[in-house]
Design a binder for this molecule. Structure first.
Ligand SMILES: NC(=O)c1ccc[n+]([C@@H]2O[C@H](COP(=O)([O-])OP(=O)(O)OC[C@H]3O[C@@H](n4cnc5c(N)ncnc54)[C@H](O)[C@@H]3O)[C@@H](O)[C@H]2O)c1
Length: 291
């Protein structure tokens, strides 16, 4: 793996962070490669099979960067973007190599969370999608291919739906930030690491999702109509959210919370690999790779 960033400091910090992570990675995780820093973009992509762009989240910056990558990378290299929300059709607009451009959106913290959203643009070739999916699987990730572009893809749409409601509950004084977070971290979130909204609904009634939606139809429809609207994130509101979150965190250093998060996420991922969902046992994905 070769890494480049126009800011020397950012590149040095990234390489240093990767070395520390590699040294502390548990023996069971996939063997990590060695990351070599290089001083310019042409050297970074010369000879590459796969390029992962993670520059600023602005269409103009990404468009310019992709034009540079398309001109410098070998013609068979895949050019992937980490963008969290931008349509690849716009990033690759007018590029000769638009067929090899694709979104591969990782989920934070990407070195321990397996999901990667894969989204092609209008001109992305099916072969580019297939090769990207194969490469992500080979390095232990879980690719999720979107059938078409939608702003925010899946992950951020779902995340924002939850955040919008959490902000609405906080703003209307129903509960504190700590109690709203507890409903997730000590409630819903424990199941969500194992089952998504459909899997949860399917286990919420003896008769599965059909019975759940039929039996509770009136209350589910009513509750959904009652959910909060999109908030206005003005400076005053952001400050109140910041204060509520500070109270909840009780001064814990953010770096320590992140390290704790990454350590436990890795353990949850390892637990799921060792004891997969009954319907997924034997499936050829990250959970069975290498067994
Ligand atoms: N932060 C997250 O949680 C997260 C998660 C998934 C995807 N992403 C996506 O990854 C990308 C990067 O996110 P981030 O939070 O690291 O952003 P960031 O702004 O913190 O970092 C961007 C980096 O790009 C570098 N850069 C600036 N101009 C550049 C150029 N012309 N060419 C190459 N590099 C350039 C900067 O020096 C900086 O190191 C974004 O597209 C973002 O949407 C972020």
């Amino acid at each position: 793996v070769v890494a480049w960033d126009p800011q020397e400091q950012a590149l040095a910090a990234a390489v240093e962070w990767e070395r520390r992570e590699r040294a502390s990675a548990p023996a069971t995780s996939p063997a990590p490669g060695v990351v070599t820093p290089v001083g310019d973009v042409r050297a970074a992509v010369a000879g590459a099979e796969y390029v992962q762009e993670s520059g600023p989240e602005q269409l103009q910056a990404k468009h310019a960067l992709f034009a540079q990558l398309d001109a410098s990378a070998p013609p068979t290299a895949i050019l992937a973007s980490s963008t969290s929300a931008i349509d690849m059709s716009a990033i690759a607009d007018g590029l000769r190599g638009a067929h090899r451009c694709i979104v591969a959106h990782p989920v934070n913290p990407p070195h321990v969370v397996p999901a990667v959203e894969v989204s092609g643009g209008r001109l992305t070739a099916p072969e580019t999608v297939q090769r990207t999916v194969a490469l992500l699987r080979a390095v232990g990730q879980t690719p999720i291919v979107l059938a078409r572009y939608t702003p925010g893809f899946l992950v951020n749409r779902l995340q924002m739906a939850m955040l919008r409601e959490a902000l609405f509950l906080l703003d209307s004084g129903v509960a504190t930030a700590d109690d709203i977070d507890a409903a997730v971290r000590d409630g819903l979130g424990l199941r969500w690491a194992l089952l998504g909204p459909f899997g949860v609904a399917n286990t919420n009634a003896d008769g599965g999702v059909r019975e759940y939606l039929t039996r509770y139809r009136t209350s589910i429809e009513g509750l959904m109509r009652h959910l909060g609207d999109a908030p206005v994130l003005d400076a005053g509101f952001i400050d109140r959210i910041g204060q509520a979150t500070d109270d909840m965190e009780r001064g814990a250093p953010r770096a320590e919370v992140r390290e704790w998060r990454d350590r436990l996420v890795s353990r949850i991922v390892a637990l799921k690999r060792a004891d997969p969902h009954p319907g997924h046992r034997g499936r050829m994905d990250h959970s069975t790779r290498g067994l």
